[in-house]
Ligand binder design. Structure first.
Ligand code: GUN
Length: 290
């Protein structure tokens, strides 16, 4: 079993990005600038957005955090989006999800300039990626693809199953795995809440990507010998022994599953760091195009 180490891989990519930023500075060019919009006080969202801002600092990007109260109106948020779209100093930005229920996520998403949509959630980017055209790839699936690439994991002709059909992870992951290039050329199944007999489908899969947010869902009996297992889950479970009061648990029962696999991602330290570094890469690309 080989651990797909997201911390190590992301560090190597971050070093390359930091070197590119230094070259930009030496050439007198402006450094990439990422903005993040955060609404409300959701603990997990605060942690993720802070991690994204910190990663910008590490590689020498500019970053701007726009933190608004839970009761901001949809119109006010749309105004912020318009400002970010027209601000020439901003190369890319994200609007952290979930948004409060009184705001239409879809309306906000459609208002984002696709060129600045470094999350890759706008329909134009989704369509571009689906058709193999240049466009921002959502950071989590992009990070997973790069992790598979970094470790030279074979994907051609493999049966892959993606657990979860979210627009952020499951759907784009399935699209990327079936592409006619490496890492891809998989035969992909998307499993979701209405899928019958997920356990059997997993057992016949060479690659399992679990992105359903159910801690420990993938158990050892669902995994065949030598499978590749990618765990996107990061549920917070109460844990009084931790300073934060919680520990992170993936969608995979790691201790029991790991010995059966050829490659597996840990939680934490697997997909998470790859997501953040891929957001930086998208911002670098957006900046270079402008
Ligand atoms: N919520 C959970 N993951 C993400 C992400 O990658 N981007 C944004 N904007 N919100 C999220």
């Amino acid at each position: 079993m080989i651990l797909l180490d997201g911390n190590l891989t992301a560090s190597a990519i971050k070093k390359e990005i930091a070197e590119k930023v230094q070259r930009l500075i030496a050439e007198g060019k402006s450094v990439p600038h990422l903005a993040a919009v955060l609404v409300g006080e959701n603990g997990a969202s605060l942690t993720y957005v802070n991690a994204k801002v910190k990663a910008c600092e590490e590689v020498g990007f500019r970053s701007t955090l726009i933190h608004k109260p839970e009761n901001i109106s949809g119109e006010e948020l749309l105004e912020i989006i318009e400002q970010l779209n027209s601000d020439p100093s901003i190369d890319g930005y994200i609007v952290q999800q979930p948004l409060p229920l009184h705001i239409s996520e879809q309306q906000i998403l459609l208002a984002i300039d696709p060129a600045k949509d470094v999350d890759g959630f706008h329909p134009e980017n989704v369509g571009r990626v689906a058709l193999g055209l240049p466009g921002h790839i959502p950071a989590t699936p992009y990070g997973i693809i790069r992790l598979l690439d970094h470790y030279g994991v074979e994907t051609e002709g493999k049966n892959a199953i993606v657990l979860g059909r979210s627009h952020i992870v499951g759907l784009p992951m399935a699209i990327l795995l079936q592409r006619n290039e490496y890492p891809g050329n998989c035969t992909v199944t998307i499993a979701h809440s209405r899928t019958k007999d997920i356990a059997n489908l997993c057992r016949s899969s060479d690659i399992i990507v679990a992105a359903i947010g159910k801690p420990g869902f993938v158990t050892a009996d669902m995994v065949k010998e030598g499978a590749v297992v990618i765990d996107v889950g990061i549920t917070r479970l109460p844990d009084a022994s931790k300073k934060s009061g919680f520990r992170l648990k993936g969608d995979v029962d790691f201790d029991a599953v790991a010995p059966k696999t050829s490659f597996i991602t840990p939680v934490p330290g697997g997909v998470g760091p790859m997501t953040i570094v891929s957001l930086l890469s998208n911002t670098l690309i957006a900046s270079a195009k402008r």
